[in-house]
Design a protein around this ligand. Structure first.
Ligand SMILES: Cc1cc2nc3c(=O)[nH]c(=O)nc-3n(C[C@H](O)[C@H](O)[C@H](O)COP(=O)(O)OP(=O)(O)OC[C@H]3O[C@@H](n4cnc5c(N)ncnc54)[C@H](O)[C@@H]3O)c2cc1C
Length: 539
């Protein structure tokens, strides 16, 4: 349960304060709490609101990193993929990938079989099947939407998907809370506290009340993703940038493929995906250097045109009018100047500022894919333990996340019968909350309206709002629609449920009429950004 208590936190001295509640910070907080460290995690908006909620939602070794011979990175990520399948089976699922082989690309035809063999061999203990070659006919049976002209066949291989990466992040936070961590969202770190040459804590501003608090800790970890340099700049040292920011966008369209399809762009040979996501397709991504506003990252017309043109080579019927919305996120890659964005390593890096610039008690985490978050967290907490002279082994590869294991269909059916709900609704709840779906259903005992649908075309129910507010720290409409449920990720972006969600949240959080209107307006303008390319007449 997440219970924001700034006053209590300001009275404690923590072993560790984690700044940033994306997947990396959340993983660090969970690992540290499980090892018995007194831990606080603060996010300036909400858990997973940054890049974590704007990814391709894949848990993968990263086939394309083989091109740069990053064998260690791929092996680590393939191992982590298996770890996540075991600790979070309710959130991470196997997914088949097809790589169409087309005429006129001889280099690809030679490189692919080697790459895929290497991908299989790098982590030979893997739980997913090895790749296989499909004929042209088999490819078209498996993936009928693919353009048959010039198609020679394909390769089939397997990786995983985390449809709700936001909930993977949140479950790490919930697990940290269960193990005693202090959890603060809407809590912006605005300054470092200093004790001579060491960081001794942070100043946190509650973004809801506006109050500021001093929070003390023996070690502070800066896990703020693409904000890592701006947070570090609060030391006033004006150092060189630690990360290079590159932007990636996605398009959500009606479903155009059954499997994930890997494409190589004609313009620059980059690899990108068409990914089945819920009943839609997520198409992405791009990779371009970014120097704009860190808090407002948007897709631009040139990004959308690039993806549309490239995807039309294999799926000729896709049009700009099919785009429900776009999303954009920033990678924070350990700084490298010389190469093209796509060539910069995706390996994470830990910066111990005591060694780097003589500032004790501060560690920064650069990069780190969602796939590898647990391993990145383990290395970070090992370093923190070293600094604290604490000896505690990491257990996050064995201890399941709170919503594990998968609930059998029979139990879902039973719950549906008992509560007078459809199996579809209960299955939907289990896909979000795992075994904790029963906590949502328990609310029906107290709230007779809890079983009502939040809007006619989704399975989500009113009790989820209450659960999000009471148990999961949701404080704004955005928190609920985008990061507690997945309603804001559907084609209507949750707008069809906006009034019902706003009035239920308003009731639970005691909003005035004006506050409720302000929240609704804020959500509407946020959603409008993603809809700019609907029917824009591109490509
Ligand atoms: C387009 C794209 C596609 C991707 N696809 C994949 C994929 O399929 N699979 C994969 O494994 N990886 C993928 N990645 C990479 C992955 O998404 C990121 O590496 C990962 O989400 C980064 O997590 P993070 O916690 O470091 O950063 P973030 O998720 O950005 O979190 C940083 C947090 O810090 C908080 N913060 C910032 N400043 C402050 C402050 N002053 N005080 C308090 N909090 C603060 C922010 O609010 C934010 O929540 C993709 C990345 C991009 C851009």
């Amino acid at each position: 349960m997440i219970k924001r208590d700034f006053d209590a936190a300001a009275k404690e001295t923590f072993d560790l304060i984690v700044v940033g509640g994306g997947i990396i910070g959340a993983g660090i907080a969970r690992d540290a709490a499980l090892r018995g460290l007194r831990t606080l995690i603060a996010d300036k908006v909400d858990f997973a609101c940054g890049t974590t909620s704007r990814s391709s939602r894949l848990i993968h070794g990263g086939l394309r990193y083989l091109k740069r011979l990053e064998l260690g990175l791929v092996r680590q990520d393939l191992r982590e993929r298996d770890v996540l399948l075991s600790i979070a089976p309710h959130l991470v699922h196997p997914l088949s990938f097809i790589i169409p082989v087309t005429s006129g690309r001889p280099l690809q035809r030679v490189a692919l079989p080697f790459g895929l063999l290497l991908y299989d061999l790098l982590y030979w203990r893997k739980s997913l099947p090895s790749h296989q070659r499909l004929t042209r006919r088999e490819t078209l049976d498996f993936e009928p939407g693919v353009e048959p002209k010039g198609l020679l066949g394909s390769y089939l291989y397997h990786d995983c998907q985390v449809p709700f990466a936001e909930r993977l992040c949140l479950e790490n936070v919930l697990s940290a809370a269960e193990h005693g961590a202090t959890i603060l969202n809407h809590a912006k770190v605005t300054e470092f506290l200093r004790d001579g040459n060491s960081v001794s804590g942070v100043v946190v501003q509650d973004q809801i009340s506006g109050e500021t608090y001093q929070m003390r800790a023996r070690v502070v970890v800066n896990a703020t993703g693409h904000w890592v340099d701006s947070v570090h700049d609060m030391l006033g040292k004006g150092s060189r940038p630690m990360v290079r920011r590159t932007k990636g966008i996605h398009l959500l369209t009606p479903q155009i493929s059954r499997n994930a399809v890997v494409l190589f762009a004609f313009a620059d040979s980059r690899l990108f995906f068409v990914i089945p996501w819920q009943n839609y397709s997520l198409i992405g991504t791009t990779d371009t250097d970014y120097t704009g506003d860190l808090d407002n990252v948007e897709a631009e017309a040139k990004d959308v045109t690039y993806l549309l043109k490239e995807v039309q080579s294999i799926f000729p019927n896709v049009r700009s009018g099919d785009i429900f919305y776009t999303s954009a996120g920033l990678r924070a890659l350990a700084y490298s100047k010389s190469r093209r964005p796509g060539d910069v390593s995706r390996s994470h890096k830990l910066v111990d500022h005591e060694r780097e610039d003589g500032i004790g008690g501060l560690v920064s985490v650069l990069g780190g894919k969602i796939t590898a978050y647990r391993a990145v967290a383990e290395q970070t907490v090992d370093l923190v333990c070293h600094k604290l002279s604490a000896k505690a082994p990491c257990t996050t590869a064995e201890v399941p996340l709170p919503g594990a294991p998968i609930v059998p269909r029979q139990s879902l059916q039973q719950a549906a019968n008992e509560r007078g709900l459809t199996l579809d609704t209960v299955s939907h709840l289990a896909s979000l909350y795992g075994s904790r779906f029963s906590q949502v259903l328990d609310i029906l005992n107290r709230n007779p309206k809890g079983a009502q649908r939040l809007c006619p075309h989704c399975q989500d129910i009113v009790a989820q709002v209450q659960h999000a507010v009471e148990q999961e720290g949701a404080l704004t409409i955005e928190d609920f629609l985008l990061r507690r449920s997945a309603m804001g990720l559907s084609p209507c972006q949750g707008l069809d449920a906006l009034n019902s969600v706003a009035s239920e949240m308003g009731r639970l959080l005691g909003w005035s009429y004006t506050e409720q209107q302000r929240q609704e307006d804020a959500y509407r303008s946020q959603a409008a950004l993603g809809q700019r390319f609907r029917n824009a007449g591109l490509a």
